[in-house]
Design a protein. Structure first.
Ligand SMILES: Cc1ncc(COP(=O)(O)O)c(C=O)c1O
Length: 472
């Protein structure tokens, strides 16, 4: 327990934790990694609990990348000169590594490098051949970068349908999913989008939905951004048509690179609304025509972030060295302990301190925990105050609705009627404060903590100690 400081309470809690979660011991290599690659966390006294917001990089990733940059002459990959050739080789190596990491066959899947998960999602939204009578189906529980696709489908006369995620567990019932899947019209274009893991509640929606939906005529867009940092997505077992992700969420560095992983026929189905440098074979001004490039190139606008893309290769190596299974196992143990410890906190009058949004058990859930704190009269404490106090203890957590308004509305009990009233009464713009006022000052947000690659018991313990200060 080298990385922990040795207060008696911490040591005692750690012993009990190890008894309850014996698998944690099997992940002891991560403690060595934390001391070696993430020493900045303890050196600067940070308690980092926002891995769903952004992953952390190990210093060895940076060292490898800096060495590469120092020793390589990179040319723009849109040429065939020697420096350009070297850059293209490194990009190809990274593309192959991404496919390999996700166990995706190159015959089945292609990689489109994007700036982030949002750009990957937008590529699908803007290029999917929505037309009048087509369908876009999605869960309430989705990031805004998926919700935003509805603007594309509406503009072309397609229909948007949401499937509710029901509190307190924030899961989707089989009946409502099956009913919604019936909406697919044979011969039309039907797109179904859901997150493999919720960035709000940590719920892992079943990957079995992919085949179930495809059998009924849907193309499936899987938002894997919050799932892949601590879970293996095996694309030889699951076959979504489109997968979106950001690499910084997996291993912290580089930021600014994400991917759309798409099945070749699904990629062919997309029609880009414009063309750009790199996305065409030939374009003519006078003939007013252009021909799109084949495969991934048709979707990679302009020049790729070619000095950073090789760092993705190193990031994947880093994750492979640590072992995704170890990260998953450790996250699982810490999440279980956090849930158990937080839900046990009670005010003197017996009322629970923590209101949890999402599953209280470990089954089909990831390492993201969202909650509000309640005072002894049952009033929700302001999440902004909690964030402010956490900051004083150098605890990095996230508050608000985490760009997932659908899950937030369901979890916090905001009805369609009151939301419509607010939106109808506002003009062209609405600030967060206006919105809050409109719903009678009720809480429109929550507090989120999340565990990841470098987490240890002390991080979890520190948050529970922090929460205890709110007990009366
Ligand atoms: C589930 C999910 N989808 C999409 C995104 C968008 O990712 P990015 O901001 O990297 O584009 C996020 C970011 O938090 C997320 O958690």
């Amino acid at each position: 327990m080298t990385a922990l400081d040795h207060s008696t309470e911490l040591l005692q809690a750690f012993e009990e934790f190890q008894r309850d979660y014996p698998d944690y011991e099997k992940t002891h290599l991560i403690d060595e990694l934390r001391a070696r690659d993430f020493s900045r966390l303890d050196a600067q006294g940070h308690i980092y609990l926002d891995y769903t917001g952004g992953g952390l990089y190990g210093v060895s990733q940076i060292d490898r990348h800096m060495d590469l940059l120092r020793g390589t002459v990179f040319g723009n990959p849109h040429s065939v000169n020697p420096t350009s050739f070297r850059t293209s080789e490194l990009i190809k190596k990274t593309r192959d590594h991404v496919l390999d990491f996700f166990n995706a066959s190159p015959e089945e899947y292609g990689i489109v490098f994007t700036a982030n998960a949002s750009q990957a999602l937008k590529l699908v939204g803007e290029s999917y051949p929505f037309d009048v009578g087509d369908n876009f189906l999605l869960t309430f529980d989705n990031h805004n970068s998926v919700n935003g696709i509805r603007e594309f489908d509406r503009a072309r006369g397609a229909r948007t349908t949401y499937i509710p995620a029901v509190p307190p567990d924030m899961r989707v019932s089989d009946e409502s999913l099956d009913r919604a899947l019936e909406l697919a019209v044979t011969g039309d274009h039907n797109l179904f989008a859901f997150p493999a893991q919720s960035n709000f509640s940590g719920v892992q929606h079943p990957l079995e939905w992919i085949e179930r939906a495809q059998k009924r005529g849907w193309d499936v867009l899987l938002d894997a951004a919050a799932f892949v940092p601590t879970n293996r997505l095996d694309l030889s077992q699951w076959h979504p048509d489109y997968v979106a992700l950001s690499f910084y969420k997996m291993f912290g560095y580089p930021t600014g690179v994400g991917a759309l992983i798409a099945r070749w026929p699904a990629l062919k189905k997309l029609h880009r609304p414009w063309f750009a440098g790199g996305t065409i074979t030939v374009a003519s001004v006078q003939a007013d025509r252009h021909y799109p490039a084949e495969g991934s190139a048709a979707f990679e606008d302009g020049t790729l972030d070619y000095s950073n893309i090789p760092a993705v290769d190193f990031g994947l190596d880093f994750l492979e060295t640590v072992g995704l299974e170890q990260i998953r196992q450790r996250s699982h143990c810490l999440t279980g302990w956090l849930l158990q410890s937080l839900l046990a906190l009670r005010h003197r009058n017996g009322k629970q301190l923590v209101q949890l949004f999402g599953p209280s058990g470990l089954e089909s859930r990831g390492a993201t925990i969202t909650l509000n704190l309640k005072d002894s009269s049952g009033q929700t404490m302001d999440h902004e105050v909690i964030e402010h106090l956490a900051k004083k203890r150098k605890i990095s957590l996230r508050t608000g609705c985490f760009c997932n308004p659908g899950a937030g509305e369901m979890a916090l009990g905001l009805s369609k009627q009151e939301l419509l009233k607010c939106f109808q009464s506002s003009g062209q713009s609405m600030t967060y404060d206006d919105f809050r006022l409109c719903i009678d000052g009720r809480s429109v947000g929550a507090v989120r903590i999340s565990i990841g690659i470098a987490s240890n018991f002390k991080d979890a313990f520190s948050f529970v100690e922090f929460a205890k200060q709110f007990l009366e």
